[in-house]
Design a protein around this ligand. Structure first.
Ligand SMILES: Cc1cc2nc3c(=O)[nH]c(=O)nc-3n(C[C@H](O)[C@H](O)[C@H](O)COP(=O)(O)OP(=O)(O)OC[C@H]3O[C@@H](n4cnc5c(N)ncnc54)[C@H](O)[C@@H]3O)c2cc1C
Length: 416
């Protein structure tokens, strides 16, 4: 079998793989990416957060992405029974990026991967990792292309950015179920011919509370196409009979916020289903490998945290891999696992508060405190590592306490 030698093997050419490949390559090490599919390929995850711009900048991707003309994103809107809670990233607690993009991921991911290739990193598309053997921290990975040709890649280090493929966790039995409840999404890209009927910020991502535990994403792209998806427990979806298209049209019709705008609109593809996406592993690193992006833990789409956690974890991991290749000591637990879990844990609190209804109470309260709104806005912008923000440092308690206070104040007002 043919054998190739590199310093670092990166599995997956999604955002996590591309960020890691670029940063490690820039430090002068030989990198190879293997990617199971042919790009462009469809993947969901279209709304980015400002915090990911820092990782994309360090990876050298911003110019190439800018050229694609994606929809710029300056905030996020939440809607419930006609009430609107609008966050603008300029009005936030943490000093950082105040905008980002809403992207068609097929095009976005190809742009990142093409940029990596232009930097001189080879990407083997339609090539799947089938086996890995570790000898200390060195490894031999077996890959197979679509014609069945096998090859071995010897690497000093592996970055696993294989997303839902979960290559290393599956090969070494590291998978662990998430504590989050299993949810299901039905979604499509639509020709949004009535977008102009939205009065304020028609191009801003909107999350609509449909009913308890069920919400809708509306992500407008610069092309006039809009991504729309319903997320809820499987039992919610079971209540809609028929084909996926019939189910999706009936769902759109059942929500006042979407009924008129999306009535009879053309779908760019037949509505698709994704479910049970939350998964995690015990350990995000080991002798000779690190897991980045979705392989570490993917929570839920509600706060668009996926690509941000993917790119930021890869940015952090890449710097540690470089240190390791230089022969320096790396404390993976302290410098990788802990900060990565910090981000995941903050978002997990917000995801749970969203489904429990705590965030509804806060978002749609009569008179939101502007300071508190700015602090929560920073979390929604992805600044979940800023310990000066009480809604980060005390993420579990701060939301509950605030919701209780709002409920109490509103009760007192009703009595008066
Ligand atoms: C319903 C839903 C909605 C979402 N919405 C958002 C959103 O609005 N915003 C957001 O930021 N995130 C969102 N996400 C999350 C987002 O999809 C992911 O977090 C993001 O794609 C993670 O990037 P990644 O690079 O880690 O993985 P991926 O983008 O999945 O890339 C991994 C790559 O690895 C390749 N691969 C897999 N197995 C192998 C193998 N054996 N060998 C070689 N290559 C392999 C795959 O082909 C793939 O190209 C959503 C997720 C879901 C389920």
């Amino acid at each position: 079998m043919q054998t190739e030698k590199v310093d670092v093997l990166v599995i997956g050419a999604g955002p996590s793989g591309s960020v890691a490949a670029s940063i490690i390559n820039k430090a002068g090490y030989s990198v190879k990416v293997v990617e199971k599919l042919k790009f462009p390929r469809f993947v969901i995850g279209e709304s980015l957060l400002p915090r990911c711009m820092e990782a994309l900048t360090e990876a050298g991707f911003i110019d190439a992405i800018s050229e694609r003309g994606f929809q710029q994103k300056f905030g996020a809107k939440f809607v419930k029974n006609g009430a609107i809670c609008d966050f603008t990233f300029e009005e936030q607690h943490t000093k950082g990026w105040t905008w980002t993009w809403q992207v068609q991921r097929a095009d976005f991911d190809k742009t990142l991967a093409d940029t990596v290739e232009k930097m001189g990193v080879p990407i083997a598309y339609e090539t799947t990792v089938t086996d890995i053997k570790f000898h200390g921290s060195d490894s031999v990975t077996t890959v197979e292309d679509i014609h069945g040709n096998k090859k071995q890649i010897e690497a000093r280090f592996i970055v696993d950015g294989s997303g839902y493929g979960r290559v290393i966790p599956k090969l070494f039995g590291l998978d662990k179920p998430s504590v989050l409840q299993s949810r299901k999404a039905l979604f499509a890209h639509t020709k949004d011919i009535r977008r102009s009927m939205v009065r304020d910020q028609p191009n801003r991502i909107t999350a609509v509370v449909h009913k308890k535990g069920v919400w809708i994403w509306i992500i407008p792209f610069s092309t006039g196409i809009t991504s729309v998806g319903f997320v809820g427990e499987p039992s919610f979806h079971d209540g809609f009979p028929g084909t996926r298209e019939e189910q999706f049209r009936a769902m759109l019709e059942s929500e006042p916020h979407t009924a008129e705008r999306f009535r009879d609109v053309e779908f760019v593809f037949e509505p698709r289903v994704l479910e049970a996406w939350s998964a995690t592993t015990d350990k995000f690193y080991g002798d000779g490998f690190v897991l980045t992006g979705n392989v570490t833990e993917f929570l839920d789409p509600i706060f668009s945290s996926g690509v941000t956690l993917a790119t930021v974890s890869s940015q952090t991991a890449a710097k540690l891999v470089i240190k390791k290749l230089k022969g320096e000591e790396v404390d993976w637990e302290k410098d990788y696992m802990e900060p990565t879990m910090q981000g995941v844990n903050v978002f997990r609190s917000y995801v749970m508060a969203w489904y429990e209804g705590t965030l509804d109470t806060i978002f749609f309260s009569e008179k939101p405190d502007p300071l508190v709104k700015q602090q929560i806005c920073s979390v929604l912008a992805g600044y979940v590592w800023d310990q000066s923000n009480p809604f980060v440092s005390n993420h579990e308690e701060a939301l509950k306490r605030l919701a209780r206070l709002i409920e109490l104040t509103e009760k007192i007002k009703t009595v008066e």
